[in-house]
Write a protein that binds this ligand. Structure first.
Ligand code: 6PG
Length: 248
């Protein structure tokens, strides 16, 4: 398991650096005339990244061959302030020239079970596949304070080993229903990046980085590409309890 660790002084510096990574991946794909598929995470951490992309790269990047998906969505309408798509639409999508057909949102307002099936089909139709599993070129994940990623919560091994592409999950505290891509799809991605900032995540980062093996209490320990890689972008506060001497 090769966890590539990049530490930044502030969330802003992390967002600026990761925006460059994404833009380079987009430009590289365009050079080879390949469509690029990116699964975005929700929550609050990506907001800074989306702000940087909208502010600095709305015109200088050719978004025409980029297809955006979500790793998970809350089962609420897109106008709800908690909607991952709604947040992305407001901060990023309305500010870049990306064809609407390239935006593949999870319809949180629909019946969860039927939407999980529909979204699975939408993913199949708009991504390439390897080993009969959809392959996202890039998956961006966050980490909850309980160690969840996407909407795969601690102890929910079913979502890690599910043969499905999408499943319905429920937040263990609020009970809020969610639709999430499964562990098999996440691990089939070409690149997995975690973006984690803030002191509130330091303990869960410490736990994750202590573990070499997969821990059902920390689903993020499970997420690694077929090449055995995951890249972690952390700010100093999120990394304060781990040994970062070997990383920039
Ligand atoms: C979601 C996200 C979730 C998120 C973590 C971290 O829908 O909530 O996809 O997996 O990445 O909960 O959230 P914050 O960035 O808000 O800390």
């Amino acid at each position: 398991m090769n966890r590539i660790l990049k530490i930044f002084r502030t969330p802003q510096e992390l967002a600026e650096a990761f925006a460059i990574v994404i833009v380079n991946i987009i430009n590289e794909a365009w050079k080879n005339k390949n469509p690029l598929t990116i699964a975005l995470s929700g929550g609050s951490t990506p907001k800074l990244l989306f702000t940087v992309l909208a502010k600095k790269y709305s015109k200088s990047v050719d978004w025409n061959h980029v297809h955006l998906f979500w790793s998970d969505e809350r089962c609420i309408p897109p106008v709800d302030p908690e909607s991952n798509y709604g947040m992305t639409r407001k901060i990023l999508l309305d500010k870049i020239e990306i064809p609407e057909k390239n935006i593949h949102r999870i319809k949180g307002e629909e019946d969860p079970e039927s939407e999980a099936s529909r979204y699975s089909e939408e993913i199949i139709a708009n991504t390439r596949s390897v080993n009969n599993i959809p392959l996202f070129d890039l998956i961006i994940l966050g980490i909850g304070e309980d160690g969840h990623s996407a909407s795969i919560f601690p102890g929910n091994l079913k979502l890690l080993s599910s043969k499905k592409i999408c499943e319905v999950a429920a937040h263990p505290v609020s009970g809020q229903r969610r639709i999430t891509i499964t562990g098999k799809v996440i691990n089939n991605a070409d690149k997995i990046f975690f973006l984690v900032t803030g002191k509130s995540k330091a303990h869960v980062i410490e736990q994750i980085f202590k573990k070499e093996a997969i821990s059902e209490n920390f689903p993020a320990t499970y997420f690694i590409t077929q090449r055995g890689e995951a890249t972690w972008f952390l700010d100093k506060k999120a990394a304060e309890l781990i040994d970062t001497t070997s990383n920039c």
